[in-house]
Structures are given as structure tokens and as C-alpha cells.
Design a protein around this ligand. Structure first.
Ligand code: ACO
Length: 429
């Protein structure tokens, strides 16, 4: 095993330490390179840059492996609940029975949000995007819990902030939905587990008790688990970057929510359904749309296809495809966009353009179809992704704090004008 890398710049050589992870991932540590050589490394989009050492999530994009704290995603999706996975990600181990009971009870105690915050929901225009609302509401929580602002919180205080955020997020998300359809909000109820409580606040009515189908609870658990963490993606790196300035948890997560909103990231689940709808309304000719996606002069991309790191398959897509079939069968829904999705997937998987570029359906290709079957409007999909990703963001923020990581501050290569003299406005050409 190599212990160091040697970089030769002209006649001078530099020894750079090698870092090896527990899954045998290898890195060259260049953190001192600029000090000793004057050079930085350049890697636009951080495609080959490790920003941290992390013990939370491991993924292998070539082999399609995803593990949280060492547990394969397939086992977690099949056997655990979202809350168990949240505990695992945040605290490092699967909870024992009494730990899980306490975690659930602690969360139940904090699901209410300050009554004054209800006015915030009223302030948004009725058609405003739920992701903008979510980001604003999450950062607003910091005003109600100013004790969270200190970068020097004790472990106990930090943990209480984490519990509050996990608890209140489900309430905030369901109230955003209720407001969007003009229905009265439903308060949380401690008799329910986390996911059932969320579904009750979202689909429940003040006029009558509703029955929540266990298939729906199970599908929701699966979706949230599959989205719970994905190591250093755009939104998670944002959370860590913002948190690295000693910024409080609420503000760091709100920044992550904004990063997730983009259609190249979490916003893809909304974009997928909008694309499938468009193809359906256009007559369902999938070949025509595949051709558009391949055309370099056309901006259109097949949404839900391709991934920055998965280059053979997305293991979450496999699990979700099955969950999708289960939900549609159980609820007796036949969705024409599912047929379009299947045709599109089939055609793309055999098309040399997609095969050569290793473009496969990602987790978002099917998640939207399930959310739709459960009754969520399209613009809520990315909000549900955020609800699922919350424990991962929290775990990453906590790890970054505990490791006392330095403030994030990338460098650049300047390529602009040099040495221009100021000219008075009347003399400018
Ligand atoms: N449709 C058509 N062509 C595509 C697609 C696509 N969905 N994705 C990538 N390509 C092509 C690119 O045009 C490029 O072609 P070229 O080599 O001829 O120039 C090549 O494949 C590589 O694409 P990049 O954009 O360089 O790949 P990158 O790793 O930077 O991007 C990304 C990954 C952003 C996910 C991209 O595949 C994409 O835009 N997909 C659609 C959006 C999407 O589904 N996002 C969700 C990601 S999963 C998540 O966030 C949970």
C-alpha cells in the first residue's frame, strides 16, 4: 500500500501523504501543497475533491453500494423505520428498544410550534413554492429558540436543538401543505409514531378521524429512509459549509434546503413528473423526447436520469421501483405517467447515448410517482425529500462540529482583467 504520493513540479518533488478510508477509498492529502509549492489544485464542481473525512455514509458509485453507518440501504429500507435510521445517522448506532422509545418520546414532546409562527404561514402568497416557505420557516425557528445561536452549546443543549428541529420539521411540512390547499391545520398527536403523525397532520381532517393505511406508512418510511443521507452532495456540503462558520443548526439546514431546491438536485423529483406529464400530453412519444435529450443544441435533459456518482445503477432506484409497484397495486391506482416512465426507462437503458455515458434512472425517477399516488401535489415532492434528508444533514452538521472542522473556504484561479486604471464616467468607451 502506498504511503505517500510524489508530485514533481519542474525539478522539485513534493511528498504528499496518502489517506485511506475504512472501505479502502484512497486520497492524496494536498492540504499543505500551497504552503510548500505555491500551487493549488483546481477541480470545478468538486468532482474529485474530498472535503472531509466522514463516518456517516459510504457509497460506491461504480458498484451501486450505499450504506449508512455500515448498514446496507437494502436492509435498512426493508427492516427499519425512518426514526430508527435518523437515530442511527445522528448518534452512530441503531437504537436499543429503550433508546428508541426515549427518542420517540422526546420528539413527540416538541412537535408543536410556537403559536406566533402560525402567522408566518399566513404571510406567504397562496401559490408560493413550498421549498421557499420551508427554508424561511426553518431559519425562522432560530428566532424562537435563540439559545440555539451559540456555537458553544453543551452537548445536551445541542441535542435538544436537534430533537426540536426533527420534531418541528414534520409539523412545518404538513402545515405548508394544509395552507396550500386552504385547509385548517391539524395539530400533532403524541399517540402516533413520527411517520403516522406526519401523515395524519397532512391528510387528516378536523371533522373526522382518518384511517392511515399501513401500506402508505410503510411506503413513506421507505422513501424517507432512502433519502436520509447521501454523503457530500450539494445540499449536505452546503449544510457543512454554512455550519463551518459556527452558524446555528436552523440556519445551516435552511441553507441546505435552498440547495436541495434546484432541479439538478432534489428538485428533480418535481421535474420528473412535470416531464412525464408533458410527454403524456404530447402524445406519449418517448422516442421523440429521448432524441431531444440527446440533441446537444437542445437544453432538454431526461430528468431523473444520471447521477454525479452512481455510474452503473442507483441502489435506491431499485428499492423505490418495487415500493412504487406495491403502493400502486395496493391503492388500486393505474397511473398513465407510470407507463410513460417505464417506456422511457426501457428505451434509455438500450440507447447507446445513455449507455455510453452511464446514465441510469436515479432515486427521483420513481419517487414522484409514489408521492403522487399518496396524494401529494407535485410542488411538495422536494419538501418531502427535505424531510427525509433532515437526519443526514443533522448528522453531518454534528460530525463537522464535533471534529472541529475549520471554516470552509475554497480557493480559485483568478482569470479576470489585471491592473486597469479608473476612468471618469464621461471618458469611458
Ligand atoms: N439527459 C441527457 N443527457 C444527460 C443527462 C440527462 N439526464 N445527464 C447527463 N447527460 C449527459 C451530458 O449532456 C453529458 O454529455 P456529454 O459528455 O456529451 O457532454 C454527460 O451526460 C455527462 O453529464 P454531466 O452533466 O457532466 O454529469 P454530471 O455528473 O455533472 O451531472 C446530473 C449529474 C446533474 C445528475 C445530470 O445527470 C443531470 O442533470 N440529470 C438530470 C437531473 C436529475 O435527475 N437530477 C437528480 C440527481 S439525483 C439527486 O439529486 C437526488
Amino acid at each position: 500500500m502506498l504511503e505517500k504520493a510524489t508530485l514533481k513540479l519542474g525539478e522539485t518533488t513534493f511528498d504528499l501523504p496518502i489517506v485511506i478510508g475504512t472501505e479502502n477509498e484512497k486520497a492524496i492529502d494536498i492540504s499543505k501543497l500551497r504552503d510548500v509549492s505555491g500551487y493549488i489544485t483546481l477541480d470545478s464542481g468538486y468532482k474529485n475533491t474530498g472535503a472531509t473525512k466522514s463516518a456517516i455514509t459510504y457509497l460506491d458509485g461504480e458498484l451501486g453500494i450505499l450504506k449508512y453507518r455500515g448498514y446496507p440501504i437494502e436492509q435498512l429500507a426493508e427492516k427499519s423505520t425512518f426514526l430508527e435510521v435518523a437515530f442511527l445517522l445522528i448518534y452512530g448506532d441503531l437504537p436499543k428498544k429503550e433508546e428508541l422509545d426515549k427518542f420517540q418520546a422526546d420528539i413527540s414532546r416538541h412537535t408543536l410550534i410556537h403559536e406566533d409562527m402560525k402567522k408566518f404561514f399566513d404571510g406567504f402568497p397562496s401559490k408560493s413554492h413550498p421549498m421557499g416557505q420551508l427554508s424561511s420557516l426553518v431559519v425562522s425557528l432560530s428566532s424562537f429558540y435563540p439559545e440555539s445561536l451559540s456555537a458553544r452549546q453543551t452537548d445536551e443543549e445541542k441535542n435538544l436543538t436537534i430533537i426540536k428541529l426533527l420534531a418541528k420539521m414534520a409539523t412545518v411540512v404538513s402545515w405548508i401543505y394544509k395552507k396550500s390547499i386552504g385547509h385548517p391545520i391539524i395539530y400533532p398527536q403524541n399517540k402516533y409514531d413520527y411517520v403516522t403523525n406526519f401523515l395524519n397532520m397532512t391528510f387528516g381532517q378536523r371533522t373526522e378521524e382518518i384511517e392511515i393505511d399501513p401500506v402508505v406508512v410503510s411506503a413513506m418510511n421507505t422513501l424517507l429512509i432512502l433519502h436520509a443521507d447521501h454523503e457530500q452532495n450539494c445540499s449536505t456540503s452546503t449544510v457543512r459549509m454554512v455550519g463551518s462558520s459556527d452558524c446555528n443548526l436552523y440556519a445551516s439546514i435552511a441553507a441546505g434546503i435552498s440547495a436541495l431546491w434546484g432541479p439538478l438536485h432534489g428538485g428533480a423529483n418535481q421535474a420528473v413528473i412535470e416531464m412525464l406529464e408533458k410527454i403524456k400530453d404530447d402524445g406519449g412519444d418517448t422516442e421523440k423526447w429521448i432524441k431531444k435529450a440527446k440533441d446537444k443544441d437542445d437544453d432538454f435533459r431526461l430528468m431523473g436520469f444520471g447521477h454525479r456518482v452512481y455510474k452503473n445503477f442507483d441502489p435506491r432506484a431499485k428499492i423505490i421501483k418495487k415500493a412504487c409497484d406495491d403502493v400502486l397495486n395496493k391503492l388500486g391506482i393505474s397511473d398513465p405517467v407510470l407507463d410513460i416512465a417505464k417506456k422511457l426507462e426501457e428505451a434509455a437503458l438500450h440507447d447507446p447515448y445513455f449507455v455510453e455515458r452511464k446514465l441510469y434512472p436515479n432515486v427521483d425517477f420513481y419517487s414522484g410517482i409514489i408521492y403522487r399516488a399518496l396524494g401529494f401535489p407535485t410542488d411538495m415532492f422536494t419538501v418531502l425529500f427535505a424531510l427525509g434528508r433532515l437526519p443526514g444533514w443533522i448528522a453531518q452538521w454534528k460530525e463537522m462540529r464535533e471534529n472541529k472542522e475549520p471554516i470552509g473556504r475554497p480557493r480559485q484561479i483568478y482569470i479576470g482583467e489585471v491592473n486597469r486604471d479608473f476612468s471618469e464616467i464621461q471618458n469611458r468607451k
